[in-house]
Design a protein around this ligand. Sequence first.
Ligand code: HEM
Ligand code: SF4
Length: 555
Amino acid sequence: MYVYDQHDHAIIKQRVQQFRHQTERFLNGELAEAEFLPLRLQNGLYVQRHAPMLRIAIPYGMLNAQQLRKLADITDNYDKGYAHISTRQNMQLNWPNLEQVPDILAELSEVEMHAVQTSGNCIRNTTTDQFSGIAQDEIEDSRPWCEIIRQWSTFHPEYAFLPRKFKIAVNANTRTDRAAIKFHDIGLQIVKNNDGETGFEVWVGGGLGRTPVIAELINPFLPWQHLLSYLESILRVYNLNGRRDNKYKARIKILVKAMGIDAFRDKVEQVWSRLKDSEITLTQTEVDRIKAHFTEPAYKVFAEPSKQLADQLSLNPAFNTWYEHNVTAHKKTGYAAVTLSLKKLGIAPGDISSDQMRELSDLADKYSFSELRTTHQQNIVLADVEEQQLFNLWQELLPLGLATANIGTLTDMICCPGGDFCALANAKSIPIAEAIQKRFEDMDYVYDLGDLDLNISGCMNACGHHHIGNIGVLGVDKKGEEFYQISLGGNSTSEQAAIGKILGPSFKAEEMPDVIEKIINVYIENRQTEENFFTTVHRIGLDPFKERVYEPKVA
Ligand code: HEM
Ligand code: SF4
């Protein structure tokens, strides 16, 4: 994991001081609301329905136990004892007092954390696969590249006031994409060329929000040395040409669509021809310096998979079920990665309490080299657990409410804070998630449905990624009343990237569990052997679902 050097420490401390001063000036009336706005946004602070919302950066989802302990203390001392994991691997506090935010940032800086560039029109946290570095099917560890991007983009003066926010995601997996790279402003897929050299497939102009767009390929193989000069070239073209007159048309996706990918590429290439071999070119020494932070932990050597585990699995069905859904294969024999579900019935998806954070920090110390990772699906991963310890870990997770065996299933939903917290919401989203989870409490039934993403957003800003859920739920406002629109067939992964199609007129909150159940029933009746929900929807189209969901009610 990356460890701060003296420069990192110094700039983060300076930033805390600077923001303390800005907040004081705002509270004294020396800074107007509009003047304070960009300053607070660049420090992760939104103004919300009940209180400010502070978004804390977790670079590419990496956390250590000490940091999580500090986050637990912060949520107790300055908030209401819980926090929320976001879809871009960050953590959000929903109830801090503005006056205390500088103190929170000061405490965060003690453990090498901050909220810099988590909001505002700048380059945001780079996200990646939660299993990077340990996945069996990855080309190489994506985290050093994310860290290189972090160091380049943090406080980059040229990109502090972009037309709009800018998000980058990196994927290194050959078989899947857990970072949704085609729905980012820039998506980077790590690839190797025929000579075995590392490079990047570069995708540009993807995004969600009110205009969902799948990114387009701008460069099929960018040699690694040129990563930063090429990113810089894209950013420059966007910064100069992106629209600033209309915030709804200001994202790079709109610019790429308006220009066409070929014209956009030409402009990028023009800029790149000047930057390509400049001092920003990455050297092996620099990459090695960063890679040195991501060396393997002190793994034990196991000659074969754990026999003890095999026995425990056969003797204990509940453990076996959890293992099947929440444990992922590891590149090291005798190790596994564990996903802890933050989607227990009755808890808002992605929420974690301070007590859970503290206990989890201890478990990370005990079982996983003191490291944790947050996921784009709003869960937490312990990435390096010995197989022979999985049973003990599972037993310790049970009383903490962190052993729900539902990863990848219908009840492992992505959900934004919605109307309960967010001032922009058209409708509540958390109670809808809960009502659907309640309807599908029978886990054997849920397991039979296989992999299924259900994503909920409380408004068209799409924080809950509803467009790319296999089932998407969007809160809409109809004459002051809360309604929900459904879309089917979305997919976040690079190889099957798709934006869901709207089913038809929206529904009332109380109708939602029935509607989802009807949709599921159509799938069950039509699926072919081993066919998942997404594939069935694309094979049979929307009509059978429409017929069932909108069928006239029998009197
Ligand atoms: C509660 C306070 C929140 C506010 C006020 C807020 C505000 C917004 C706004 C205004 C947008 C649209 C910007 C644009 O695309 O032009 C947006 C998009 C987004 N937000 Fe939030 N958000 C909040 C919470 C969250 C949470 C909790 C998550 C994660 C669970 C999240 C993740 C995202 C994502 C992933 C997008 C999509 C951006 C894209 O790719 O187009 N936000 N948010
Ligand atoms: S999708 Fe809308 S309601 Fe949900 S958090 Fe984002 S802005 Fe708020």
